[in-house]
Design a protein around this ligand. Structure first.
Ligand SMILES: [Zn+2]
Ligand SMILES: [Zn+2]
Ligand SMILES: [Zn+2]
Length: 372
C-alpha cells in the first residue's frame, strides 16, 4: 500500500506517446478512486469576483478573512497566508490603488505576471515540476492565427500597463511564447459546485494528454491539484485526463480541442460517437424532423450558446435569449438533449441572479429530471 500523494518516480513516468508527444504513463496498477499524485500550484491567482470569500493565498473559503491594509482588496486567513502571498500580491497591491476603477487586467495577464515573478524568485525546479518544467511547456506558436496573435498582443500591452513596476520582462517574442504556453497549459480551479475560483499552473498535471474517455480526473483541495483514477489503470497504460467539458457531442468537443489545444481527438468515443445519439435526444413527434432540420437546430444551438457566453454581463437580455432559444429548440429537441440542458442551466443561473426564485426552481427541476 502506498501513501497517498507519495513522491512519484517508481509508480509514474514521463514517456513519448505515439502521435501525441510527451505523456504520462503508469508503472504500477491503480484502483478506481485511488490518488495517482498531487501537485501544488506552481503559481495561482484568485478570480476578482471571489475576493473576500476566499483567501488569496490558500483559496480557503471562510467568514471573517482579514484584508490587506494597503489596498483593502486582498483577503487572507491570517498573517501567515498574507506573508506567504506577499511576493505575488505586491505585483498588484499598489497598482490597484493607483489605477482604482481602471485596474482590469484579465486573469491570464494576472497569472502570467505571477509566472514571471516566480521564475525570478525561484529559478530552480519546483515541487510542482517533478516530471515537466514550466519552461518545457508546449506553445503551439506555429499554429496561432492572426486573431490569436492579436489577443496575445493585447495581453502583452496590459501586462506592461498594469505590472511595469515589479517585473523584468523578456522581449516581445519571449512574451508571445509565454502567453501561448499559458493558454494551452493553464488550469482553472473550481470549487465543489463547479464555480470558478481562479487560474493556476500545475506543470506535472499539464503533462497528461487528453481523452474523452479519461482514466483520471483532476480535483482541487485549495490550491493543490489531485489526480485520481476513474477507471482501473494497469502498468504501462497511458494516463489520460479530459481538457474539456465532456457533456457535448463529438463535433463540439473537437471544435473546442482544435481551437484551444490545436489537435483533433482520436479516442474511442470520438471514433464511435456512441454517446452522441443520447446527447442529441430528438423529440418523438408524429412526423419526425428531417436530418436537415436537426442539423440546422444543432447549428442554431451552438450559435446561441456562443452568443450567450459573449453577452454574459447583460442579464436582462440573457433572460430573453434563454426563453426564446428554449422555445425554438424545444420544437425539435427533447428536454434531456444536452443543448436544452445547457440553456436551461444558464437560464436557471440568470433567474437566480435576478432573484426570480420561482423560475429558477422550474428550470432546476427540469434539469434534474434526466438524472433521476
Ligand atoms: Zn489562507
Ligand atoms: Zn494589498
Ligand atoms: Zn475524444
Amino acid at each position: 500500500m502506498r501513501a497517498e500523494g507519495a513522491p512519484r518516480g517508481e509508480d509514474l513516468e514521463r514517456f513519448s506517446s505515439p502521435g501525441k508527444g510527451r505523456g504520462l504513463r503508469a508503472r504500477q496498477r491503480f484502483a478506481r478512486g485511488e490518488l495517482l499524485f498531487s501537485c501544488p500550484a506552481y503559481t495561482c491567482v484568485l478570480t476578482v469576483s471571489e475576493r473576500g470569500n476566499h483567501c488569496e493565498c490558500c483559496f480557503a473559503r471562510k467568514e471573517g478573512l482579514s484584508k490587506c491594509g494597503r489596498c483593502k482588496q486582498a483577503f487572507y486567513c491570517n498573517v501567515e497566508c498574507q506573508k506567504a502571498d506577499w511576493a505575488m500580491h505586491k505585483l498588484e497591491c499598489s497598482a490597484m490603488c493607483v489605477f482604482g476603477q481602471n485596474w482590469n487586467p484579465s486573469e491570464t495577464v494576472r497569472l502570467t505576471a505571477r509566472i514571471l515573478a516566480k521564475q525570478k524568485t525561484h529559478p530552480e525546479r519546483t515541487q510542482s515540476e517533478k516530471l515537466l518544467a514550466v519552461k518545457e511547456f508546449e506553445s503551439h506558436l506555429d499554429k496561432l492565427d492572426n486573431e490569436k496573435r492579436e489577443l496575445i498582443q493585447n495581453d502583452i500591452a496590459a501586462l506592461h500597463h498594469f505590472y511595469s513596476k515589479h517585473i523584468e520582462y523578456p522581449d516581445n517574442a519571449g512574451l508571445v511564447v509565454l502567453f501561448a504556453q499559458v493558454n494551452c497549459n493553464g488550469f482553472t480551479i473550481e470549487d465543489e459546485e463547479l464555480s470558478h475560483l481562479g487560474s493556476a499552473i500545475f506543470p506535472d498535471v499539464a503533462l497528461m494528454n487528453h481523452s474523452c474517455c479519461p482514466n483520471v480526473i483532476v480535483t482541487y483541495k485549495g490550491t493543490l491539484a489531485e489526480v485520481r483514477a476513474v477507471q482501473e489503470i494497469e502498468p504501462g497504460d497511458e494516463i489520460f485526463t479530459s481538457y474539456i467539458d465532456l457533456l457535448y457531442p463529438t463535433e463540439d468537443r473537437n471544435d473546442r480541442l482544435r481551437d484551444s489545444y490545436f489537435f483533433t481527438c482520436d479516442c474511442r468515443e470520438c471514433i464511435t460517437k456512441e454517446k452522441d445519439k443520447d446527447k442529441l435526444e430528438i423529440r418523438r413527434l408524429n412526423e419526425p424532423p428531417s436530418a436537415e432540420t436537426v442539423r440546422d437546430m444543432i447549428k442554431y444551438a451552438r450559435n446561441v450558446i456562443e452568443e450567450f457566453r459573449r453577452a454574459k454581463h447583460y442579464k436582462y437580455i440573457l433572460c430573453l435569449v434563454c426563453e426564446l432559444s428554449l422555445d425554438k429548440m424545444g420544437s425539435v429537441f427533447e428536454d434531456s438533449n444536452v443543448y436544452m440542458l445547457h440553456m436551461m442551466y444558464q437560464a436557471m443561473g440568470v433567474c437566480l441572479y435576478m432573484q426570480d426564485w420561482d423560475s429558477a426552481l422550474r428550470y432546476g427541476e427540469k434539469i434534474i429530471k434526466p438524472y433521476r
